[in-house]
Design a protein. Structure first.
Length: 414
């Protein structure tokens, strides 16, 4: 609500108000990627509006977006900016408006404002403020690392606009050695969570009839080349992967009970690496869902000669519907919280499709005051053998369910 200028660029005599919905980050960015990428900063801002002519106007900046809870009104947003029509210089009423998210600044507000004692306000009813994510914080990740998961790009940059070079240094390739040919084979993904530990799926660790676990590779981008070459802005960059031997592994004690459940394992490296690990969510940190975009990265399991790093947007699927679907195929999903279901585009070129190699990381970015950090949400576990069976979501191991086990193993073996 406010006294923004009307269509004739005049100040209204009456206070104006409108009811608008809060929209997801995806809907906001997709409406005009170039514009909203500049102003949308996850956790700090959000978008609202119908895009149908009901919107804020010039002069409304600083006005509020209010939520009605019980007998009270709560301010959730402050009008920050909107798109201006270059022809009229008026706000484009068919676009979304960007709001500063008041909930993000609750702690700062409390420090600077004396709250009235006549009204008790439970700020948790509005929204729990996101955890601190400052550059040197050790509280924002499970293992208390000084540096983890740093996003190389400006806050709010859509994942699809980021280059893969150096963006995901925690991504690893798990290697088995073929006992007949003595050749190393790429079998799965791994994720660096600590300078000496890799998280992966338990089925990637199990010894095969003719091969066994041997090593991991970090800093790899194309599996079909020894040296990866990138040309950016006329500058050529060459990278070579770093191979590190595995000295030990811990598979979750309840792996495959029931079948495919607790599909998680920890690998110990022969030496610490200097590559940056991904962040793990601290205990009690729920998986964010509202408006959150997730991504899966890694290499596809197909017969193509080229093996580039591939990235897809991941959408969470309804777990109960997913569970019922797999039950019809005689596969019982774990209902204790260790699994989740998600969908992504399996197409390779419109003519063929394929799954990622095992344990591909399902990750997301949480933006703090100065930078964004990547968090590991899950590892790919299994999917329908026919990747065109879209009614079957892929099943992932939810990492947040295993933070106690992970922390215990790392603490004991580091």
């Amino acid at each position: 609500m406010g006294w923004g200028l009307d269509e004739e660029y005049k100040l209204p005599s009456d206070l104006n108000q409108a009811t608008v919905p809060i929209v997801s980050k995806r809907d906001c960015l997709e409406s005009d990627l170039a514009h909203y990428t500049r102003f949308y900063h996850e956790s700090k801002t959000f978008c609202a509006g119908y895009g149908n002519g009901t919107s804020a106007g010039p002069g409304d900046s600083g006005g509020g977006l209010f939520l009605h809870r019980g007998d009270h009104w709560f301010m959730r947003g402050i009008i920050s900016n909107g798109k201006v029509d270059p022809n009229t210089l008026l706000l484009n009423s068919e676009s979304f408006v960007v709001f500063t998210d008041v909930a993000y600044y609750i702690d700062w507000i409390k420090k600077h404002v004396t709250i009235a004692t006549s009204v008790t306000i439970d700020t948790d009813l509005i929204v729990a403020p996101p955890p601190s994510s400052t550059s040197d914080s050790t509280q924002s990740n499970l293992l208390g690392l000084q540096s983890c998961g740093k996003d190389q790009y400006q806050l709010g940059t859509p994942e699809e606009l980021k280059k893969s070079l150096d963006q995901y240094p925690w991504l690893a390739v798990i290697e088995h050695i073929n006992l007949n040919t003595r050749v190393l084979e790429d079998v799965c993904h791994g994720v660096l969570i600590h300078p000496k530990f890799i998280l992966t799926a338990a089925h990637c660790v199990q010894r095969k009839r003719q091969s066994q676990l041997r090593s991991v590779r970090l800093n790899d981008y194309r599996l079909d080349t020894v040296t990866d070459i990138f040309v950016t802005n006329g500058q050529t960059t060459k990278t070579t992967s770093d191979r590190i031997a595995i000295t030990g592994s811990s598979t979750h004690p309840n792996y495959n009970s029931p079948k495919f459940a607790n599909n998680i394992a920890l690998l110990m490296l022969a030496k610490p690496t200097t590559m940056t690990p991904i962040c793990l969510p601290p205990k009690g940190f729920p998986l964010p869902t509202a408006g959150k975009l997730f991504s899966i990265i890694g290499w596809k399991r197909n017969n193509r000669p080229e093996k580039p790093l591939i990235r897809n947007v991941v959408q969470l699927a309804d777990f109960e519907a997913c569970r019922r679907k797999y039950l019809r195929a005689n596969i019982t999903l774990d209902t204790s919280g260790g699994q989740l279901c998600s969908t992504y585009n399996h197409d390779d070129d419109g003519e063929s499709c394929s799954h990622y190699m095992g344990a591909a990381p399902f990750q997301y970015v949480m933006n703090g005051p100065t930078e964004g950090r990547y968090y590991l949400a899950a590892l790919s576990s299994f999917g329908h053998t026919n990747c065109r069976m879209d009614e079957y979501s892929d099943v992932f191991t939810y990492v947040g369910h295993y933070v106690d086990w992970i922390q215990e193993k790392v603490t004991k073996n580091q």
